[in-house]
Design a protein around this ligand. Structure first.
Ligand SMILES: [Zn+2]
Length: 159
């Protein structure tokens, strides 16, 4: 799991080659980008991103060109701990096509309230800034990916 670093213009990623921070523009996140310093190819995130604030969540989910699966979780929740490694796999398998964002509902209580999260884990798919599907309960990576694909298939505008 990595920290979500985001601003109004894009997602901030660290170049694996030289350590330089680069911004991947929200509207072109699915395109290949090169590091501004060393020209190494930068990849979209292949790990779940933990949102630190609800403002960061909104900056990302409201603007990114990629669909997002949001995992509402809390550290004390046993099934959430089972979902964690599965979402790591999803983030790798669907890197460049999907972002995985984690929301700790103990910390970001306002997001839990805004989206009416009553049980965790809850996973929700966002496309174009809007929630398009939601499911609750732990499941393996293959089922999470199927859930995401089904949700996006129903969206004529997405993908
Ligand atoms: Zn670099």
């Amino acid at each position: 799991m990595a920290a979500l670093e985001v601003d109004d213009r894009g997602l901030l990623v660290t170049c694996a080659s030289c350590g330089q921070k680069n911004r991947l523009a929200h509207e072109r996140l699915e395109q290949a980008t090169r590091c501004g310093r060393c020209k190494n190819l930068l990849s979209p995130p292949a790990a779940p991103l933990e949102a630190a604030t609800s403002a960061d969540f909104d900056r990302l989910v409201g603007h990114t060109s990629l669909p997002v699966v949001v995992d509402y979780w809390a550290p004390w929740c046993g099934p959430c701990r089972m979902v964690g490694p599965e979402l790591e796999k999803v983030a790798v398998n669907m890197a460049g096509r999907l972002l995985v964002v984690k929301v700790n509902t103990d910390v970001l209580t306002d997001l839990g309230q805004r989206f009416g999260i009553r049980s965790i884990p809850t996973m929700a798919v966002f496309a174009g800034g809007k929630e398009i599907a939601r499911t609750t309960g732990a499941r393996p990576a293959s089922e999470i990916e199927a859930f995401v694909r089904q949700a996006l298939a129903k969206q004529p505008a997405a993908q």
